[in-house]
Ligand binder design. Structure first.
Ligand code: FES
Ligand code: FES
Length: 155
């Protein structure tokens, strides 16, 4: 049996210290140890973006990241995107307003990518939005409504 190791993380502003195996993937630690199931495990091979979370402000694929590799990191998952009072983030509101959510499986990854984009480019062009989302697959919406939703958040 593999030796477990304690990692120290700040997840959605909360200090946590899960005990994890050396080969535990971050996506599984989030979903199974911390019960944050908003982060989706889809392809498991880095091809869909459904497992995207922000680590120290940068998007990463949590299905390709070992939990021990991000020891000490600050992590934002979809559960931490709404405001502390429970009201939705403007990006979440925009997704709802534009009908950009159908099955919702891709939505957490899309919203975290949108947050990352808008943090670096507050007024992105449609081309820039599409380029930024190129690693995030959606099987339902045809992307148009997602792109419109993110574009509507531009300043
Ligand atoms: S589940 Fe990680 S990229 Fe698909
Ligand atoms: S809304 Fe279903 S995969 Fe995107």
């Amino acid at each position: 049996m593999m030796t477990k190791r304690r990692v120290t993380l700040t997840v959605n502003g909360e200090h946590v210290e899960p005990l994890v195996e050396a080969n535990a993937l971050l996506v599984n630690v989030l979903r199974e140890e911390l019960q944050l199931t908003g982060t989706k495990y889809c392809c498991g091979t880095g091809q869909c973006g459904g497992c995207t979370v922000l680590v120290n402000g940068e998007p990463i694929l949590s299905c390709l990241t070992l939990a021990v590799a991000v020891d000490g990191a600050d992590i934002l998952t979809i559960e931490g995107v709404a405001k502390p009072d429970g009201s939705l983030d403007p990006i979440q509101e925009a997704f709802l307003d534009h009908g950009a959510v159908q099955c919702g499986f891709c939505t957490p990854g899309m919203i975290l990518m949108a947050k990352d984009l808008l943090a670096h480019d507050p007024s992105p062009s449609e081309e820039r939005i599409r380029e930024h989302l190129r690693g995030n697959l959606c099987r339902c919406t045809g992307y148009h409504r997602i792109v419109k939703a993110i574009g509507s958040c531009g300043q």
